[in-house]
Design a protein around this ligand. Structure first.
Ligand SMILES: NC(=O)c1ccc[n+]([C@@H]2O[C@H](COP(=O)([O-])OP(=O)(O)OC[C@H]3O[C@@H](n4cnc5c(N)ncnc54)[C@H](O)[C@@H]3O)[C@@H](O)[C@H]2O)c1
Length: 435
């Protein structure tokens, strides 16, 4: 098939590369000239395992190309994926400006019967708006599909290639059969394609993210309570996660969820629910509780330093909102850095992949160190913010030697409290007895 993806970010690029890999002719279009110029030379705008190889191989074999000529890319396609951003608007709702601008271009530039697929996360009712917008300019028949994307940053290629399920809301048999054909290579192991009506597909994406955000937040509150009561959240997590009704994923406590999706999608669903006079009280609590959790690391650190944060230097391990990505959107590290700087501390930070992004966002407000150990030089304490593999089993003697005071705040419960105590650290983590 001739596929065009419009928006070549995390989602559009992964979708385009994976569909090219299965033999389709793919054009990835974006208005960001720098991004497209880089991609033409196989330089990726994001860090995502396996994606570089896919782009390089398929570009060399002529199955994927990159362009800023969005109209031209639409003219070539019989299937178009809309994968532009849907950022948070001022009132919390999803800002549909980019989606609808693309829909207008599709209507004006289509040259044949077309299937238009919304990949962006959009509120219920958006497909209808997309349909009306395209319809105003369309000279050919077109079909609308809502195909929410469930990939995780850091494992995006794997998730797209081996999805747990594919959700497809479609308004015609033609659209359903085209999409079934397109996705057939990815569901050969028997994972389901779940066909549904379009509003249900749009809702499924929000419900999934809201559920996951709720699990994380629930565990963060359990952890905070464990800390107060002398229980160990790691044991509680194992104890409940082995219940098949609950399952073990997304039960790790930490400094609050971040990233480009959960915060904005939770807020957008709250807005949708309020507008529909069906408020979601649980989700409102999730949103505000998560905001509070983002301040936990600073509170724990401050208490470990007896409130004396001013004038200290704090080493941070991890800046990305999670491992295997350089994405710092809504990252808990940003909240912590703001609080540390406001309290008069200096920050020395390291991240295996997000250094460029940190430089772009923070400039000279913090010092970026070439390695985790270099970040420790002259620091009064270490805070582990992101659970990158390379921070999981460090040389503790080296940490202790480098730190002016042996204080470690572990925001991801990577280390063993008893061992840290034995090694002479003042050790704090989330939801476990203090060291
Ligand atoms: N990032 C994720 O993990 C993830 C997962 C599932 C769903 N989503 C959803 O997918 C959508 C895209 O997310 P993302 O993370 O890929 O965003 P992103 O910001 O990485 O990429 C969006 C791209 O769209 C481009 N763009 C904006 N307006 C355009 C236009 N008019 N024409 C062409 N290109 C345009 C931007 O330049 C940018 O490159 C969002 O709705 C998001 O909620 C994201």
């Amino acid at each position: 098939m001739n596929i065009t993806t419009i928006g070549t970010g995390y989602v559009g690029l992964v979708v385009g590369a994976c569909l090219a890999e299965t033999g389709n002719e793919v054009v990835c279009a974006d208005v960001d000239e720098k991004k497209i110029a880089g991609l033409k030379k196989n330089i990726l705008p994001i860090v995502e395992p396996g994606l570089g190889d896919l782009v390089t191989r398929n570009q060399a074999q002529g199955r994927i190309s990159f362009t800023t000529d969005v109209a031209g890319a639409i003219r070539k396609a019989n299937v178009v994926f809309i994968a532009v951003g849907t950022p948070q608007d001022e009132d919390g709702s999803a800002d549909l400006r980019h989606v609808l601008a693309v829909a207008e271009m599709i209507g004006q530039n289509m040259t044949q019967e077309m299937v238009v697929v919304t990949k962006s996360t959009v509120p219920v009712g958006t497909a209808q708006k997309v349909k009306e917008t395209i319809g105003r300019g369309a000279k050919f028949p077109f079909h609308i599909v809502s195909n929410p994307e469930f990939l995780k940053e850091g494992a995006a290629v794997d998730d797209f290639m081996k999805p747990d399920r594919v959700v497809l809301g479609a308004d015609s048999d033609h659209a359903r059969s085209m999409m079934a054909e397109l996705y057939a290579p990815f569901v050969r192991t028997g994972k389901p394609i779940i066909f549904m009506d379009i509003p249900s597909a749009e809702m499924t994406k929000y419900a999934a993210n809201a559920m996951l955000a709720t699990r994380i937040t629930f565990m963060n509150e359990i952890a905070n309570l464990c800390e107060r009561l002398g229980a160990n959240v790691d044991l509680v997590r194992k104890g409940i996660g082995s219940d098949s009704r609950i399952g073990s994923s997304f039960l790790f406590p930490g400094p609050g969820y971040g990233g480009s999706c959960f915060p904005k999608d939770v807020k957008a669903l709250i807005r949708t629910a309020t507008d529909a006079a069906s408020p979601m009280r649980v989700l409102e609590a999730v949103d505000s509780t998560n905001e509070r959790q983002k301040h936990r690391l600073f509170e724990i650190l401050s208490s470990a330093l007896d409130g004396k944060v001013k004038g200290t230097t704090i080493a941070l391990w991890g800046l990305a909102f999670k491992p295997q990505t350089d994405d710092m959107r809504e990252a808990p590290a940003l909240t912590l850095i703001d609080e540390l700087l406001a309290a008069g501390a200096a920050v020395r930070a390291h991240d295996p992949e997000a250094m460029h992004e940190a430089k772009r966002r923070l400039g000279d407000r913090i010092t970026l160190a070439a390695s985790g150990y270099e970040a420790l030089q002259g620091a009064n304490a270490l805070v582990v913010v992101t659970d990158w593999n390379e921070y999981r089993h460090p040389d503790f003697a080296r940490i202790k030697n480098a730190l002016a005071k042996p204080v470690v705040v572990d925001g991801r419960n990577l280390y063993d409290p008893a061992q840290m105590r034995k090694l002479g650290f003042t050790y704090r983590s989330i939801g476990r007895a203090s060291g």
